[in-house]
Design a protein around this ligand. Sequence first.
Ligand code: FEO
Length: 392
Amino acid sequence: MKRKELGKGIYWVGVVDWDRRLFDSLIPLPDGTSYNAYLIEGSEKMALIDTVDPSFSERLLGKLEDVTRLDYIISLHAEQDHSGSIPEVLAKYPGAKVITNTKAKSILMDHLHIPEEAFIIVKDRETISLGEKTLRFIFTPWVHWPETMTVYLEEEKILFSCDFFGSHIATTDLYVTDRCQVYEAAKRYFAEIMMPFRSTIANNIKKISDYDISMIAPSHGPVYNDPGFIMDAYKDWIEGPLENTVVIPYVSMHGSTELLVKHLVTSLEQRGVKVELFNLAVTDIGKLAMALVDAATLVIGAPTVLTGPHPLIVYAAYLANALRPKTRFVSIIGSYGWGSKTIEILGGMIPNLKVEVIEPFLCKGLPTDTDFNAIEKLADVITMKHREIGLM
Ligand code: FEO
């Protein structure tokens, strides 16, 4: 089957990428992904919403084999996994126009060298008619680039949302069938690239809520025929309460930092505080990002290398700073051999986190009873802070 039908004259013409395991050479994709493109057949015009990753251009063109005329290629987001096949589609349909916004046009010209004359620029909430079908463009910036927008098919009440509400899942299902799987994949996606922009995304959700939406068709993962499911999940991730949880990314070289970290885990557990522990030597960084969505506290476990934090910890601290989670408290624990500037260096790496810093603690060499007592005091302070903000 080349196309899947979402409604009369509305087809999924995307590609499932079963094998991809990394995005942007950074983001793990444990379940693969899909690049969803949609063909909208109006009584007067034919439009393609988004394309696919350029490595799958031929597959997309194969699905358009019997389409003799394409009037519009709608680019909702200029990142290459959705825009990268536009040049090939334009080559097949030289009369087609690329509909997008001003910001996206500039990015598409820079990244794909699409000629200026190929574009039609739309404004926020502007409509374009395909005949008996009407497309309304709704700007939803910073999901996760500045130019991102959605398009609402008014007669069918379908919102095509591109990355917004997407999930990296390779599946033969057109619609969501396994909510648990999609919830986790969508939360992972939110955590990895959208969390820093959550206040803008909250405004975007308010904006699209002006419309009666029967279906959300993202450009990754299955289509939501119950949009409330994913819209409520996003609202919770953005504005929902913090959890009584401490996230501890750590790494250990000779075991000292690990002894401190494991003692902290036990101490917090005994006090009724949940812990999510990530050994960065083996962890999936996407799981760490997901844990940061709701956790009240972050404790970084860092051994010292050449007087500074271990490079894997630098990576995690940089990531946490970039993702700007709503975490309220941060501390650092760790160890050193003869001297360390780990606390100063890590402290300077997380200026974006609007947090209260709980006094860090480093031990010299193998931890002693005195060091373990310091860790228990840290657990006491974290527990008290969680109580103060009503989490316990
Ligand atoms: Fe799926 Fe931001 O690209």
